[in-house]
Design a protein around this ligand. Sequence first.
Ligand SMILES: Nc1nc2c(ncn2[C@@H]2O[C@H](COP(=O)(O)OP(=O)(O)OP(=O)(O)O)[C@@H](O)[C@H]2O)c(=O)[nH]1
Length: 389
Amino acid sequence: MDSMLSLIIGIAVVACLLVGLVVGLVVSSRRGSRPGPPVEGDAPATTVPPAQAPVEPDAEVVPDEAPTQAPVETVEEPAAPALDVPEPASSRLVRLRQRLAGSQNALGKGLLALLSRDRIDEDTWESIEDTLLTADVGVAATTELVEKLRTRLRVEGGGDARQVLREELVALIGADVDRSLSVSGAGEDPGVVLVVGVNGAGKTTTVGKIARILVAEQRSVVLGAADTFRAAAAEQLTTWGDRVGVPVVRGEEGSDPAAVAYRAVDAGAEQGADTVLVDTAGRLQNKKGLMDELGKVKRVVEKKAAVTETLLVLDATTGQNGLIQARVFAEAVDVSGIVLTKLDGSAKGGIVVAVQRELGVPVKLVGLGEGADDLAPFEPGAFVDALLS
Ligand SMILES: Nc1nc2c(ncn2[C@@H]2O[C@H](COP(=O)(O)OP(=O)(O)OP(=O)(O)O)[C@@H](O)[C@H]2O)c(=O)[nH]1
């Protein structure tokens, strides 16, 4: 009986061992067939498809085996785009002076040729007046300049015509005027720069270019896209901001521009920014509407921080039309400076004189191209030198 029991136990033990061995083999063979977790840097496994007969385009190909697991995708974070390094002011000025000289050459050369004649008779003075009027200098400024030139060149016996012309042109433009931008606020407040002007004058582009100038000067900037009239304007401003790593506060298309401007200034204050630049819409179809809108933007922003500069952007190629626009905007807001854009595309640099006289406000910046750094501080001496070069 005992030997019988020992035999049964022995058989049971052997059976258990056999079952364990078989189970172990199966499990280990399954483990070996499962793919391991993806390892960074592992070369992807290449599967060479077996040679097979061409398949009809619409024949359904059924895979031999359904995949046991969805393929693991490694999602790579897109690398942050490299930021632009804005051109420093010094090299920008040299480059843009040459461009200015190119566009204003006809005016300067024309005046010099007339004034260098051996005898300046009445016809010549008339031609000088015509040249100035054609360049949009304006009637009053032209009369004033011609009187001064007559006195110095004819009555006083003249001297170097180029030198006299240079001095009188610089004096006409205003050499001693403060043309610096007020971009700093009081105490902890950011400086707030409102940029106004009719659509298409180059407002948004100018805001982007000013941001680059400030970034090049190591200032921290926030942009406010308060031109909510056109969605593309906010888009355009965001592109400018992204290129130099400057945040842009924007709102829905059609939303209240004053609210967007306020949020931008609020964000600037919160972040301790040096300057907030606010782009505005410039529809001119209704003067009252424009005045109400810009007035409200200013009032609402000033609940947070004072507006330190209001720049009016004018397209230099629009001549007398530009002056009419300037008048309307100056009635709507207190303009403290003028940005004359597209001077590279106009031979009528005399508009600088006309618009300053019209508004009693200095031209502070000039746009000289579509490039990102094609905006320069306006310097009367350099401007006249470019004119006469
Ligand atoms: N040649 C030249 N083109 C300029 C200059 N400034 C702006 N532009 C161009 O003028 C066009 C209009 O500029 P925007 O900045 O869109 O004008 P905006 O006043 O903001 O107009 P909206 O966006 O419609 O409100 C763009 O094609 C600019 O590249 C400049 O100084 N010279």
